[in-house]
Write a protein that binds this ligand. Structure first.
Ligand code: PLP
Ligand code: COI
Length: 347
């Protein structure tokens, strides 16, 4: 630990990797009620070998970040939307919802207890917060767990894509389906992700950073990337994003659409996007999410060839640059919080 109370880390060099921090928050659900919850210093979870989280993927998670503002305040971005999404996910997976008060308290306590690991202002890094809800009770048949753990772990992280900062990424349209139309695509179930490991491996073989999914029914409409929603700038100041019941309602995407409409006067639309019919009208494309922030997409692999966007796919376009700047300024307290999105954690 350094004299300024921070860990001796090269913050600028961090990637999106796990770094062990000092504490995590844990609460247990048993006999129909949640415990108060407390901090623990063990990063190991011991659960029963019959736990439904292990056999039947009765598990879900969330992701959000804490940033340090220039004046040293520690800021979360719309954490109540993560609490709400985890409650919706829990309901879909027959798990008890984590009450909003417990969710926010768990997040705050994990952040406060690990303040030395929160990257400093201007380092380009942030503290990634990963709330988890898992079915831990003994079980065999296909039925919900009897007990659950809600855990919040944190880790300092840098950029999600290796390219880093606002560098361009590329996506490859996958033949694989991420989620079924009326399944779990719109909730944050861990079970949605392992198929993406395969799809992303295939995408990487083509030189792309990640897989891009089309709708499972027709393989026609654009859905989302493996870890991020998609936004597209078109002519006439339009910003469009796919409408689908099978994609995750990204907090970042919803925020960007609001900024685009209310601060930049853009015409925003959430609608079905027929990829092959419309790709030539895409001026700029971005992948957005907590981990991805807003990563401009230079090119997309579709039907055996690359489709490039702004600047021949080699430059960040003005719309994505502007939206990225505005989002980051808001998240780290450099811009007036006119939408009341910032939640300060008292350290
Ligand atoms: N889509 C998927 C599949 C994700 O895993 C994520 C990450 O959370 C997102 C989109 C972005 O959502 P958010 O902006 O809420 O982090
Ligand atoms: C996030 O952006 O918070 C996510 O959960 C995406 C994950 C695949 C890293």
């Amino acid at each position: 630990m350094l004299a300024n109370g921070k860990q001796d880390l090269e913050w600028q060099k961090l990637g999106f990797e796990y770094t062990k921090t000092d504490y995590r928050f844990s609460a247990i659900y048993e006999n129909g009620a949640w415990s108060e919850g407390d901090l623990t210093d063990s990063e190991i979870i011991q659960i029963h070998e019959g736990a439904p989280a292990l056999h039947y993927a009765q598990q879900c998670f969330e992701g959000l970040k804490a940033q340090t503002a220039e004046d040293g305040r520690v800021l979360l971005f719309r954490p109540e939307l993560n609490a709400q999404r985890m409650a919706i996910t829990a309901e879909r997976l027959s798990m008890p919802a984590v009450p909003k008060e417990l969710f926010l308290r768990g997040v705050e306590r994990a952040v406060q207890a690990n303040h030395s690991w929160i990257p400093p202002y201007g380092s380009g890094a942030s503290l990634y917060i990963r709330p988890l809800l898992i079915g831990i009770g003994e079980n065999m048949g296909l039925k919900p767990a009897k007990s659950y753990e809600f855990r919040v772990m944190v880790s300092p992280v840098g950029p999600y894509y290796k390219s880093g900062g606002l560098a361009l990424i590329s996506l490859a349209v996958s033949d694989i389906d991420r989620a079924a139309p009326h399944g779990t695509g719109d909730v944050k179930a861990g079970a949605n992700y392992p198929v993406g490991l395969y799809a992303t491996r295939k995408a990487k073989e083509l030189g792309a950073n990640e897989a891009l999914y089309l709708d499972a029914a027709e393989h026609r409409y654009l859905e989302e990337a493996g870890s991020a929603n998609i936004i597209i700038a078109q002519a006439d100041n339009k910003l469009i994003t796919p409408k689908s019941d099978a994609i995750l309602p990204s907090v970042t995407r919803r925020s960007i659409m609001t900024i685009a409409e209310q601060e930049l006067g853009m015409q925003v639309e959430e609608r079905a996007i027929d990829l092959r019919a419309e790709i030539d009208s895409f001026l700029e494309v971005g992948a957005c999410g907590t981990a991805a922030v807003l990563s401009p997409v230079g090119k997309i692999w579709l039907d055996e060839h690359w489709h490039t966007f702004y600047g021949n796919g080699e430059q960040v376009g003005p719309v994505m640059q502007k939206l990225y700047d505005m989002l980051c300024q808001l998240q780290c307290g450099e811009r007036e919080d006119r939408f009341n999105w910032i939640h300060e954690v008292k350290i």
